[in-house]
Design a protein around this ligand. Structure first.
Ligand code: FMN
Length: 258
């Protein structure tokens, strides 16, 4: 597929056929991840491949019981990883400055760039993917199951497999709302209304078409999409919990020393 066709053809896939992903094809996709730009070409990331159904079953809970974790034949977890680099520094008698939060951000950026390369390569081959925000939210539990040692931190992940659904592409905010020419333009309320005009309708209709969410929305007395986002979906309590998970695990994995 043409690059732009692949990019514009993207939809998250949440239902998968049981068909396996061929090992040689998976290798090719992972090599595409390795070709991503990386800070200082240090490649401070690692990819953990979970194919074993038992492993995916163990990860199902931390991934918030999202069925696709069981269903898709492959789950990829992209970790910020300074462990390998730091070992190399040690055996080369070089100073180690990579035990701080800045190092984590560098490594997380590398991991995220690699993940999107793999995702696009997969989609170009007709495979489907769906990112899992639970990778970061429950990084501590995911990291434990994947046996990540200090210096390694799961940042993003996605399931991968042959699509068993053909969903319509989801809307995006207009480029004009995301683009700033030369300097940042702080939007007025009227401009914000315009940027979110179509989203207010498309997003609301989408959530209302899902019975479980519709029931939650009705129970919460929510009246618009913005309220749905922060009263139902991304609550203060949820964020506080995930912030605690992430900060606690960053400390445990040695990324808050500096
Ligand atoms: C970092 C990240 C985490 C995500 N986590 C989840 C998730 O846990 N479950 C899910 O169903 N979709 C998840 N998604 C997919 C988004 O919901 C999806 O990309 C967005 O709604 C746009 O839809 P599209 O990808 O089909 O265009 C995630 C996407 C990203 C980038």
């Amino acid at each position: 597929m043409d690059t732009f066709e692949t990019i514009h053809g993207h939809r998250s896939i949440r239902r998968y056929k049981p068909d396996p992903v061929d090992a040689a094809l998976l290798e090719k996709l992972l090599e595409a991840g390795v070709r991503a730009s990386s800070s200082g070409n240090m490649q401070t990331f690692s990819i953990v491949v979970s194919r074993d159904p038992d492993m995916r079953e163990r990860l199902y809970g931390p991934h918030m019981e999202q069925e696709m974790v069981r269903q898709a034949p492959v789950l990829l977890t992209f970790c910020a990883d300074f462990r390998r680099m730091r070992k190399w520094l040690r055996i080369s008698e070089a100073p180690d400055n990579f035990d701080d939060f800045f190092a984590f951000m560098v490594a997380a950026t590398d991991a995220i760039l690699a993940s999107q390369n793999v995702a696009l390569a997969a989609e170009a081959e007709g495979l489907g993917i769906c990112y899992l925000g639970s990778t970061l939210a429950n990084a501590d539990q995911v990291g434990e199951i994947l046996e990540c040692p200090p210096g390694v931190f799961p940042v993003v992940g996605f399931v991968l497999g042959w699509p068993d659904e053909d969903p319509a592409p989801r809307d995006r905010l207009p480029l004009s709302g995301l683009l700033h020419r030369e300097t940042y333009h702080d939007h007025t309320d009227d401009e914000i209304r315009e940027i979110y005009r179509d989203r207010n309708r498309a997003g609301w209709d989408r959530y209302m078409s899902r019975p479980a969410l519709r029931a939650a929305v009705e129970e919460a007395g929510v009246e618009n999409l913005a309220q749905l986002y922060t009263v139902v979906k991304y609550t203060r309590e949820g964020h506080a919990r995930y912030t605690k998970n992430v900060l606690g695990y960053l400390k445990k994995q040695g990324f808050l020393q500096g």
